[in-house]
Design a protein around this ligand. Structure first.
Ligand code: URA
Length: 208
């Protein structure tokens, strides 16, 4: 993305103008170095809820839709269980728009975006949130929470399942999937998440 497109994105007042600035790609940070494409959002820009995740993975990079891989399927299930549809009732986006992935020779593993990558991309997501003016923001995982609180050392465990003003904090579904090698731990985490999502269901309308 050229400098003037970056400026245009940061000055946009309509979400479609903002997203349009990324159509030619983005080269603002090192994440663009591995054939990645910016993945902006999926869902409903008119919805009162914006969910912020970490970063696109392989599937998302492939089809341009956040949370369309295995973590996204679990996320959809979690919200379906409380009567919400992730494509209609909210908009899903991420702290960074491009997939943080190790180069081909080192196995194409995803990694948590680095501080300088987040520093480049987060102003875009923050700007998108400013345009969308959601009533509720869901911080999905630690990376999103730290970005939203502007605190690099935030501890997700202290916040999960709780409101912080209009921000609701939830466990990232990928963290649940990563526990598959410890079924009992995974069961406990699922129980915890399903329980606090019922709390979310019972309280979110007060914020609308
Ligand atoms: N994990 C995220 O945080 N975001 C996605 O879009 C996919 C997986």
């Amino acid at each position: 993305m050229r400098q003037e497109q970056y400026k245009k994105a940061m000055e946009a007042t309509k979400y479609e103008d903002f997203t349009g600035c990324f159509e030619q790609g983005c080269t603002k940070c090192t994440l663009s170095a591995h054939d990645n494409h910016p993945v902006l959002y999926r869902g409903n820009p008119e919805a009162p809820i914006v969910l912020v995740g970490e970063a696109p993975g392989a599937k998302e990079d492939e089809n341009g839709r956040p949370f369309s891989g295995p973590a996204g399927q679990l996320l959809d299930k979690i919200f379906n269980s409380i009567g919400l549809n992730t494509d209609q009732d909210m908009l899903l986006t991420n702290v960074v728009y491009c997939r943080p992935v190790a180069p081909k020779f080192s196995g194409r593993q995803n990694y948590t975006p680095k501080k300088e990558q987040t520093a480049h991309c987060w102003p875009f997501t923050r700007k998108a949130i400013e345009i969308l003016e959601p009533k509720i923001i869901i911080a999905c995982g630690r990376t999103a929470l730290c970005a939203l609180l502007n605190n690099d050392s935030c501890r997700i465990g202290q916040w999960e399942g709780r409101w912080h003003n209009n921000i609701f904090v939830m466990t990232h579904p990928a963290a649940i999937l990563h526990q598959s090698n410890d079924p009992e731990r995974q069961r406990q985490t699922k129980l915890k998440v399903w329980k606090y999502m019922q709390y979310f269901r019972d309280t979110y309308k007060e914020k609308l």
